[in-house]
Each structure stands twice: as C-alpha cells, then as structure tokens.
Design a protein. Sequence first.
Length: 287
Amino acid sequence: MKQLLLLSAATAATLSFVGLANARGVDDDKKATVETRLLKILKDRGVLSDKEFDELSKLGVQMRAEDVQTSAALEREIAELSEKLGQQATDAKKASSAPEIKTSYKFGKGVTFTDDTTFSMTIGGRLQIRFTYIQADGPTATGQDDRASFDVRRARIAFSGFAFNKDVTYKLEFDPASADPLRDAWINYHFSDEANIKGGQMERVFSRENRISSGDLMFPDRVSVVERFRGIQDYDVGAMLWGTFEEKKIEYYVGVNNGEGRNNGTPNAVNLGPNAGGLNVANEIQQ
C-alpha cells in the first residue's frame, strides 16, 4: 500500500514537472528534461518498473508535443489577428485622411498644386507689353512724321494640369487684354505617345508655328504669313487626334473644327427654312 501511494505521488510530481518544465522553457532536444531525470531516478530506486517508466516517458513526450502544437497555433492566430487589425487601421487612416497637397514653383511655368496621383493644377501666366515707334519717310496724311505707342500685346492667365489620373489633362487660358478673353479650353486624353485625342477650344492645326504657344516662340510674334492665315479664327472649337513618334522627332495633328472662330456664344446662323438665319423647316408647300 505504501509503495502504491509513493508511485502515485511520484507520477503526479512527474506530470507536474512536465508542465513546469514546458512553462519555463526547460525542455531542450539536446538536454535531459527535469521529468526525464526524475523518472530515471524513480526507476533506478525501484519505485517504477520498466513498463511504467516507458509509459510515463511516452506520456511526457506526447504532452510536450501537444503543448508545442497548441502554442504554435496560438501564435499563428495572434499574428494573423494582429496583421488584420493593423491593415484595418491603415485602411481606415487612408480613408479618413485627405490626400496631401504639395505646392511647388517653377520659373517660367508658375505655381503647381498636386497630390501626384489624381489631381494637379498649375497656375501661370505671362505679360507682353510692346512699344512701337514708326518713323515715316515723308509727311503723313495727318502731318505727323513720327509715331510712338505702347500696347499690351498679351496678358495671359492659364490653369493647366491633370484630373482623375495623369492621362487626362486640361487647360484653361484667358487673355484679359482681348475683347474675347477665352483662349484655350480643352481636355486631352492620352492613350499613348502615338495616340492622343483632344476636344474643346484650341489653336487650329494649319501650321506648326500656329501650334506653338506664343510663350514658347523664339521671337515675340509669329511670321506675317501665319498671322495672315490665323486672322480672327486663330482659336476654334473642335476635336483633334495627334501623336508623336521616334522620341517626338515626328509629330502629326489631324483636327476638325466648327469654322466659326472663338466660341463667343453666338454661332453662325443657319440659312435654312422660310426665315433667313433660322432653322425653321415647315412641313407645307410655300406659296
């Protein structure tokens, strides 16, 4: 009876040491664990038989394996939950915070406001004041041989950039010095360098020099031939397909326009129907 009680106490103590060893991280594949040493001592003293020693040793190994699996599974669940909560916090921060708007200035271009991905606006302009002096070879009709004058040749304010993404660009340009201030008012979609489509009010495409902005010309004015063809219809409303090849060495522009010049809100009258200048087609025989 005494030996049985001692065996039960030893077994309980061994199992308790199993849990204690695992909790303290004593278990090591290269070292004998506490419970293994205790079982060996009990066996050597005759308290445990060989069969009981083997059974308790196997039980200890099984318990350690189960604890390791449970601990690894728990660590995985904690890591997955932590990653999920971190991602949710990041998404919530992105959704709640407004995009950062950056501001920059470039000489000759203007001030730019952008978030680098969905929106950009550059505000710029230029002012061209011209002084003209004319010295006639002889007396003029008014008797004034020499004449001098100042005039504001150009006073431009422009808004340009991209919207939604960098493939959708736009430009609005005004000239307060002109009787018809609206100049550029277009939207361009970039499919590729070779294919772009632009719609709105823009400079007509009848010569390369006419396509170049006056702010990028080498001289203040275009040549007289181009100015002659430009006339009052230098800007027109329409659509244009354009693109570049070979690193912009080759360019093409194909456009269609209304032919009415700048969009001043008063299109040319359509001389159709009984009332001249109106589009009134009657379904009757005119007497």
